[in-house]
Design a binder for this molecule. Structure first.
Ligand SMILES: *Cc1c(COP(=O)(O)O)cnc(C)c1O
Length: 375
């Protein structure tokens, strides 16, 4: 069998491996100079906004909600289609996730439905820039402004994305990035929040490290029962090595995505995602399978691809149909696009180390399997 082409794989250069070895030898492994350096570099990349790193985007999203004072009795509007972390954090702070549907091709939150879902309890909107395709930022912030809502952007897919030439994270309220190994750049595990008012930033720092402040070398106070989600210098050294390549990685992702569109420009056997513009950072390439016209299931398609040496993922099932969310009263039929995407979506290989000929092979293989499986 050919070596498997995975649907994603991080690219780590030798310089980064060396930088990690240096941190390991330095005697300082937890949050220290490398974390400060990474936060400064991310801040420069994001137009000088304040940036605070965390051990994950999940931790970042949760502390962003807490920093906005969101908790018991509050509602947060969020898409029914995302990684489950987007909704879990809302539940974890004691608030209620109010789901709305997404665009079938954009996978992004339907802003008309978001506006219609606002109640007296709504405190924030938590949209996702799905696959790195920015949500309509003009409409989003106009809506939030009209209703005095805070926006917490789940930008886990969107480092390097731009709206109207402005980078996601260089404007807006609180913008949360992920540096999980599958994302466009990695710190192994990690995340960062860009933006926030001075009060929110202080709260984020407290939630990130035990709620502690130090007024002198021997004087500590704990202002709130904070958690612990500070990034390590080892992770930050990886992040610094990655950030240097971010523009090049994303340029490559755009080329690979363009190749998929080119090869499938004429009667594609799948439903292609919205193409976006140069501001799309192509975290994942996620077409839909026309299951009602196929004799095979999605699982059988994935297995057939794997047999031919190609890894396929699923991003994502609809969140409201998970047991934990049905328990909150959500049910089948409420968000048809999210449900259809959840059933039909497949994630095809897309990562910077891929060759254009890898895309050719994926397209050829998938087309052959799907044509052979037509009803
Ligand atoms: C990956 C991801 C997260 C969580 O990121 P972690 O850094 O793994 O906690 C949140 N939201 C979305 C949309 C994601 O894809």
């Amino acid at each position: 069998m050919k070596t498997l082409l995975p649907f994603t794989r991080p690219t780590i250069d030798e310089e980064t491996i060396q930088a990690v070895a240096e941190v390991l030898r330095s005697g300082w492994l937890a949050s220290g100079p490398k974390v400060a350096e990474l936060e400064a570099a991310l801040s420069r990349y994001l137009g000088g906004r304040p940036v605070r790193t965390q051990t994950s985007a999940t931790a970042g999203l949760e502390m962003a909600l807490r920093a906005c004072g969101i908790g018991e009795g509050d509602e947060v509007i969020t898409p029914a289609l995302s990684f489950v972390a987007t909704a879990n954090v809302i539940v974890r702070v004691g608030a209620r996730p109010v789901f709305v549907d997404v665009g079938l091709d954009s996978r992004n939150i339907d802003l008309d439905q978001a506006e219609a879902a606002i109640t007296a309890r709504t405190r924030a909107i938590l949209p996702v820039h799905f696959a790195g395709l920015p949500v309509d930022m003009d409409r989003l912030y106009a809506l939030a402004g009209r209703h005095e809502l805070r926006v917490i952007e789940d930008a886990a897919h969107a480092i390097g994305s731009a709206w109207g030439g402005r980078r996601i994270g260089s404007f807006g309220d609180l913008v949360c990035f992920s540096f999980h190994p599958n994302k466009n750049i990695t710190t192994i595990e990690g995340g960062a929040i860009s933006g926030g008012s001075p009060e929110e930033l202080e709260a984020i720092e407290l939630h990130r490290w035990h709620g502690q402040v130090r007024s002198a070398a021997d004087q500590f106070d704990t202002l709130l029962a904070g958690g612990k989600a500070n990034l390590s210098d080892v992770a930050a050294a990886v992040g610094l090595g990655q950030l240097r390549h971010l523009e090049q990685f994303n340029a490559r992702r755009r080329e690979l995505a363009a190749r998929y569109f080119e090869l499938w420009s004429d009667t594609p056997p799948v439903r292609l995602p919205e193409r976006g513009d140069a501001g799309h950072s192509w975290h994942v390439f996620t077409p839909l399978l026309p299951l009602e016209r196929l004799r095979i299931s999605r699982l059988q398609f994935m297995e057939a691809m794997k047999e031919r040496g190609i890894g396929v993922g699923v991003h994502y099932p609809a969140i409201h149909l998970f047991t934990a969310y049905r328990a909150l009263g959500y049910r089948e039929g409420q968000f048809p696009n999210a449900e259809r995407i959840g059933r039909e979506t497949v994630t095809l290989p897309l990562f910077p180390a891929m060759e254009l000929t890898d895309v050719d092979r994926v397209v050829e293989t998938a087309t052959e399997i799907l044509r052979g499986a037509r009803r």
